[in-house]
Design a protein around this ligand. Structure first.
Ligand code: ZN
Length: 718
């Protein structure tokens, strides 16, 4: 419950009554004069983007009012490893924080976030020092930033030239294109229980207790967050039946969470800039005392849902208040903005130390007139609070919402990579390829200890032929595989060997696919998939700077059937030697690992692992096998050729491939199964057993045909 932020009454204090002394008369003329301030006009602030493809070879034209004598500008390099960059300039418009921040996306595993304080140093020019860095810092030595904005009457033509310097490195320049006057975009959906109001608008002049300087205007919840720097979209909400709260008509945390999953149009188990705001009567656990709550701390994604309880204490105006109706509306409006602030990961004003780690240390301010402070907890109570309250978030909160790393602020976000995989990937908006990662079985469930073989399928989804490297899927050079066990950090799979192939190009026609298998269970860093449980796997393929990312696949490793015996064997199976033997289809050197696999074949003959065990045992003895012998003396070292044992080889391969051919095709994967069968046929022919070789071919063909393998692949079978 620690993460749950609750707006509750302080039961020990009686509410301080509204005082009439702060009443200020406002006329609409005064109000419109106040509206007419230059600070509302944003000419510079907003989001700017740079992408590799944006690079312009010709110099950026100088604006007519720019300082003369300035050199013409162009990017200092072609981007290095950076594939895209974001820049947020925050120097004018509503509540300027006088900072700039940047995010450099350098491919799937590299991201750097910087923030700098800025001062105006010339026409359309700001300079300042970087005070915050997060991410891949080693490649980012810079300490200072200079930004020159090149204005244009057409917003889409506006540009920002950014020079990073200091830290002993050469200057780095980038030209960004203006993308939006807002820093981020967020979607709100407001749902409500039948019969409960959704209050989203308020007039600042409705209640007489307010700052004398407060603009008279209509404010909506959307305005509040627009002024915080967001472009707001809304999804039309609807009614949630009261029966969702159960017989007592009060909403428990679990019932609200269920309602969110059922009624929120955007509900998804992933981080997204979207939140669900639910207007209900009363909470079950806390009753009248709970005004609102950011209730969403169940499951992997948090901070996506919040509830406002219209019938709680926030509907009780102080006894002597002159405008109780208006007081209630304002309190309801305040509560909504407060709880939504929690969804942006804002802490309370008096407990700023509770913010995310890795963010700048913040000082608490128990007197701050922010949506994130409790009105009734400040000196002088709620009347003192509202007499100075300008319907806004504090500067530290705005800095956080606008400029903090996205994973801190975005709803549902958690540790990077935990829930949203390849978000740093450079994905084309119009991809020409599709990558699918799959397993050749109806349900992605594997036996305990069964090696996980994934099948990769790359399809040309464009309408014309395209060239690809023929070994594109065979080497791990361009493939990034991420494996994440449930509730564990994600791990990047490191293959045992990097093959160096002579790259040859291959034409892939429109709609045509290439396939490859990938042994995912173990790599250089040990066994990645071993213990029973759920694992998410996702693959990205680097296609010359552009990443093709598969949908994630969730696989399940079943618990052992025969606990003691399997667990006992597992201690030896999950070893580096066995991993290497399975990866390389056999070894005559790693005898300890071979012994383990022989033991598996004897002890668990019907297991899927036994099929995998018999393949390398058979293949190792199929042909001449080169063994590097290292003697005591350097002269004794040499390569000896071990003789094949075709009888033993045929026995093992036969057990692996023909005892239960359908199971073999399923567990080895169609791609590898077909290759092994072809090797097995060769061995049989070498032994002079052409009849068996032919029978194996026919049976394998029919097995794959029954399993739905494409006709073109079946035709290749010799
Ligand atoms: Zn709160």
């Amino acid at each position: 419950m620690q993460e749950q932020d609750v707006l509750q009454t302080d039961k020990t204090d009686s509410p301080v009554h509204e005082e009439a002394s702060n009443i200020v008369a406002h006329t609409s003329a005064e109000a419109s004069a106040a509206m007419n301030t230059a600070s509302l006009i944003s000419a510079v602030s907003g989001l700017y983007l740079w992408k590799k493809s944006f690079i312009v070879s010709s110099p950026i034209p100088q604006a007519s009012d720019a300082n003369s004598g300035q050199p013409t500008v162009s990017d200092s390099d072609s981007g290095g490893t950076a594939v895209s960059e974001e820049l947020r300039i925050d120097v004018d418009g509503r509540y300027p924080q006088m900072v700039a921040s940047g995010v450099i996306h350098g491919g799937i595993f590299s991201r750097l976030h910087w923030i700098a304080n800025m001062v105006e140093s010339g026409a359309n020019t700001w300079t300042g020092d970087i005070f915050y860095k997060e991410g891949s810092k080693t490649s980012f030595p810079y300490r200072s930033v200079r930004i020159q904005v090149i204005p244009n009457a057409f917003a889409s033509q506006r540009k920002a030239l950014v020079t990073l310097s200091g830290g002993g490195s050469t200057h780095r320049t980038r030209t960004f294109k203006f993308a939006s006057p807002n820093f981020h975009t967020v979607d709100f959906e407001f749902d409500h229980v039948e019969g409960e109001d959704v209050l989203l608008d308020i007039k600042t002049t409705d209640h007489p207790n307010r700052p004398s300087t407060l603009e008279a205007e209509d404010l909506s919840v959307m305005t509040i967050f627009e002024r915080a720097g967001f472009a707001i979209t809304t999804t039309p909400g609807g009614r949630v039946p009261l029966k969702g709260a159960g017989a007592n008509k009060l909403w428990s945390y679990q019932e609200m969470h269920d309602a969110m999953q059922k009624y929120w149009s955007h509900f998804a188990s992933k981080a997204q800039w979207a939140m669900w705001v639910f207007f209900a009567g009363l909470n079950e656990e806390e009753g009248k005392d709970l005004g609102g709550i950011m209730f969403d701390d169940i499951g992997a994604q948090h901070r996506q849902g919040t509830a406002i309880f219209n019938k709680s204490f926030i509907a009780d105006a102080p006894k002597r208040d002159k405008k109780p109706e208006e007081w209630i509306r304002r309190m309801n409006f305040w509560t909504t903005c407060h709880e939504m602030g929690h969804c942006f990961n804002l802490a309370h004003s008096w407990e700023k130390g509770a913010g995310p780690q890795d963010w700048i240390p913040l000082r608490s301010n128990a007197e701050e007139r922010s949506f994130m402070n409790y009105p009734y907890n400040v000196k002088g109570g709620q009347s003192a609070f509202f007499s100075d309250f300008e319907f806004r978030f504090g500067d530290g909160e705005l800095l956080f919402m606008r400029h903090a790393p996205e994973r801190f602020v975005q709803m549902g976000n958690a540790e990077w990579f935990d829930n949203h995989g390849f978000r740093e990937a450079n994905i084309s908006p119009e991809p020409r390829f599709e990558l699918i990662v799959r397993v050749n079985r109806p349900q992605p469930t594997f036996e305990f200890m069964e090696p996980v073989v994934l099948e990769l399928k790359l399809t040309n989804t464009s309408s014309e032929p395209q060239m690809v490297h023929d070994k594109l899927l065979s080497t791990m050079e361009r493939i990034t595989l991420v494996i994440k066990k449930k509730d564990k950090p994600a791990r990047q799979y490191a293959p045992h060997a990097q093959f160096c192939w002579q790259p040859k190009n291959k034409v892939l026609n429109a709609g045509e696919s290439i396939y490859e298998s990938l042994f995912a269970s173990a790599g250089r860093n040990g066994w990645e998939i071993s213990e029973p449980g759920y694992y998410l796997v996702q693959v990205a393929l680097d296609m010359d700077g552009e990443d093709i990312v598969s949908e994630p696949l969730v696989i399940r490793i079943a618990p052992p059937r025969d606990n003691y015996r399997e667990e006992f064997l597992a201690q030896d199976v999950f070893s580096d030697e066995v991993a290497r033997i399975l990866t390389f289809d056999g070894s005559r050197f790693l005898e300890k690992g071979n012994d383990v696999l022989r033991e598996v074949a004897v002890q668990l003959p019907n297991s899927r692992l036994a099929i995998h065990a018999n393949v390398p045992l058979g293949k190792a003895y199929a042909k001449d096998f080169k063994v590097l012998e290292l003697g005591d003396d350097a002269n004794e070292a040499g390569i000896t050729v071990a003789k094949p044992d075709s009888e033993e080889s045929a026995r093992c391969l036969g057990a692996a491939l023909t005892d239960n051919m359908n199971a073999a095709a399923e567990t080895l994967g169609h791609v590898d199964f077909k290759n092994y069968v072809e090797d097995f046929q060769d061995t049989l022919r070498e032994q002079g057993d052409k009849l068996t070789a032919q029978a194996v071919r026919v049976e394998a063909h029919d097995t794959l045909e029954r399993r739905g393998v494409k006709a073109s692949v079946l035709e290749e079978m010799k």
